[in-house]
Design a protein around this ligand. Structure first.
Ligand SMILES: Cc1cc2nc3c(=O)[nH]c(=O)nc-3n(C[C@H](O)[C@H](O)[C@H](O)COP(=O)(O)OP(=O)(O)OC[C@H]3O[C@@H](n4cnc5c(N)ncnc54)[C@H](O)[C@@H]3O)c2cc1C
Length: 432
C-alpha cells in the first residue's frame, strides 16, 4: 500500500517538528513527519535550550536583524506550550552576561543589549550573589549585564510536547522510518521512498539537519552549510536554585585569544547544563565527511577544552569544581551569512528545505516553521517574509563544503575571537 500525504516533512528535529505543527495550524490536512530515529535524537536533543534574541544582540546582525520577529515569536511560543500545561522546563529567568576581565567587559558593551531587550541593565558584581541565590560570587567578576527577556527549555521535553500537539491536530509522526530517496518526476517532487514503502506527496520539505545534503545530493543539489561538532555537558544534581538566570561567561582566560571560549551555563535538574563553542578538534571533523547516523561516539576533546576553560570560573564554584558529568554531541549547520536556509528549492517544483540552523535552531525553528508553513499553505506569512532566508540566495558562490567552510570560518571568527581565529583547515585538523 502506498501512503499519501499533502506534505511530507523529512527530519524530526526541532525544525521539522515545528514546521509540521505549523502546517497543521495553517490548515494543511495531511501532514506526515518522517524521522529515521526518534524525535530529537539528532542535534536537537543536544540543544542547550537557551532562548533570547540572539541575532539581535550580536553585532553581526544587531537591531536590523530580520530574525527579531522570529526570536520574539519563539519566546511566546515556548511560554505558550508551558502555559498549556506541557512540562518543558520553561523558565524565564533572564540571561546574565558575566565578563571576567576588562577586555571581555569592553566586548560585552559592543552587544546590542537595548535592541534585543529594552529592559537590559548592567549589574554591579557585588549584586551577583543576591541575583543568583549565592551561586555566583562577586570576586573575579569585572562586570555583568542582565537581559531579562531570556528563557530556557529542555529540548527533549519540547519534542514530546510537539509530538502531542501534532498528533492531536491529526498529523502523523512516523518515527523509525528513514527516507532513502526524494522522488522526482518531470522536474516535480512526487514523494519519498522509505524501506517500508513510498509516501506520495506533492510537497516535500527536507529538515534533516546535518543530513540534508545527503538527501539532496542524488538530485544534484547542495545546501551551503557546514556541520560543526558542538557538545553539551550536564552535571549531576548539585542542589542549585531553579531561579538561576541563564549565564554567559566571557573572558575566563585573559591570556588567550578572545579571552578563551565563551561558556553558556544554565540550571538543569538542580545541576548545571553548559558548554561553549570550542574552536579545537573535533569541531570540524564532519566538514566534507559523511555524518554518522548517530552522533554519540564523537571525540570528546572539545569537551575537555571546555572543562579546562571552566576551571577558571572561580566565581562559579558549581562549574569550576569537580562534578560527575554526562555529554551529548550535536552537529549544528553553519551558513556563510549566519542566516538559515528556508524556502523552496527552485530546481524542483514542490521541494522545500529548512536547514542551516547556525546553532540557533531551538530559538528560530518555531518562527521559521510558522513562516514556511504559512508560505506553503497560503503563499505568504504575516510573521516574516522568507526572502532573507531563501536557500538559493548565494547563487553558485558556495558550490561545496570546502568553499562554504572558508566563508563560515571568516564569519564566525570575526564574530567571536577577532583576527586571531585560524580555521582548522590550516592547522591540519578536521579540514574541509
Ligand atoms: C550543544 C548544543 C547547544 C545548543 N544550544 C542551543 C541553544 O541554546 N539555543 C538554540 O536556539 N539552539 C541551540 N543549539 C542549536 C540547535 O540545537 C539546532 O539548531 C537544532 O537542534 C537543529 O535542528 P534540526 O531540526 O535542523 O536538526 P536535527 O535535530 O539534527 O534534526 C534532523 C533530523 O533529521 C533526521 N534525519 C536525518 N536523515 C534522515 C532521513 N534520511 N530520513 C528521516 N530522518 C532523517 C535525523 O535523525 C534528525 O532527527 C545547540 C546545539 C548544540 C549541539
Amino acid at each position: 500500500m502506498v501512503d499519501r500525504s499533502d506534505v511530507v516533512v523529512v527530519g524530526g528535529g526541532v525544525m521539522g517538528a515545528c514546521l509540521a505543527l505549523h502546517l497543521l495550524e495553517a490548515g494543511v490536512r495531511d501532514v506526515r513527519l518522517l524521522e529515521r530515529d526518534g524525535l530529537f535524537q539528532g542535534t536537537s536533543g543536544a540543544g542547550g535550550g537557551f532562548l533570547a534574541p540572539w541575532t539581535t544582540i550580536s553585532p553581526l546582525h544587531g537591531a536590523e536583524s530580520e530574525a527579531l520577529p522570529l526570536e520574539r515569536y519563539a519566546l511566546d511560543f515556548y511560554r505558550g506550550l508551558h502555559e498549556s500545561g506541557y512540562d518543558i522546563d520553561y523558565r524565564r529567568n533572564g540571561v546574565l552576561w558575566i565578563a571576567a576581565s576588562e577586555a571581555a567587559w569592553d566586548q560585552t558593551q559592543e552587544l546590542m543589549w537595548l535592541a534585543a531587550d529594552p529592559d537590559s541593565v548592567p549589574v554591579e558584581p557585588r549584586r551577583l550573589p543576591e541575583l543568583t541565590g549565592g551561586v555566583v560570587s562577586a570576586a573575579g567578576v569585572h562586570g555583568a549585564q542582565l537581559m531579562p527577556c531570556g528563557a530556557q527549555v529542555t529540548t527533549i521535553k519540547v519534542a514530546k510536547a510537539l509530538e502531542d500537539r501534532i498528533t492531536k491536530l491529526g498529523g502523523i509522526v512516523d518515527t523509525r522510518r528513514p527516507v532513502t530517496e526524494i522522488r522526482v518526476s518531470g522536474g516535480r517532487v512526487t514523494g519519498v521512498a522509505t524501506p517500508s514503502g513510498p509516501v506520495d506527496a506533492p510537497v516535500v520539505v527536507t529538515a534533516a539537519g546535518a543530513w540534508n545534503n545527503e538527501l539532496l545530493q542524488p538530485l544534484g543539489l547542495f545546501l551551503p552549510t557546514v556541520p560543526q561538532v558542538t557538545s553539551r555537558i550536564t552535571t549531576e544534581p548539585l542542589g542549585l536554585p531553579e531561579t538561576l538566570p541563564v549565564m554567559m561567561l566571557q573572558g575566563l582566560k585573559p591570556d588567550e585569544p578572545g579571552g578563551g571560549t565563551v561558556l553558556w551555563v544554565r540550571w538543569h535538574d538542580g545541576g548545571l547544563l553548559w558548554g561553549g563553542m570550542y574552536m579545537t578538534y573535533p569541531r570540524n571533523i564532519l566538514v566534507g565527511a559523511p555524518v554518522p547516523d548517530r552522533l554519540d561516539e564523537l571525540p570528546t576533546d572539545g569537551v575537555l577544552e571546555n572543562l579546562r576553560v571552566a576551571e577558571a570560573a572561580a566565581f562559579l564554584p558549581a562549574l569550576s569544581g569537580k562534578a560527575s558529568i554526562s555529554v551529548k554531541h550535536g552537529a549544528p549547520c553553519y551558513t556563510p551569512d549566519d542566516k538559515a536556509l528556508v524556502g523552496p528549492m527552485p530546481q524542483v517544483d514542490g521541494l522545500y528545505v529548512m536547514g542551516g540552523d547556525n546553532e540557533l535552531g531551538v530559538t528560530h525553528a518555531p518562527g521559521l516553521g510558522k513562516a514556511l508553513a504559512d508560505t506553503i499553505a497560503h503563499g505568504r506569512s504575516d510573521l516574516a517574509d522568507l526572502a532573507p532566508w531563501r536557500p538559493d540566495r548565494f547563487g553558485d558562490r558556495f558550490p561545496d563544503q570546502a568553499a562554504t567552510f572558508v566563508a563560515v570560518a571568516e564569519s564566525v571568527g570575526m564574530l567571536l575571537i577577532g583576527d586571531e581565529y585560524q580555521p582548522a583547515a590550516s592547522s591540519g585538523q578536521g579540514s574541509a
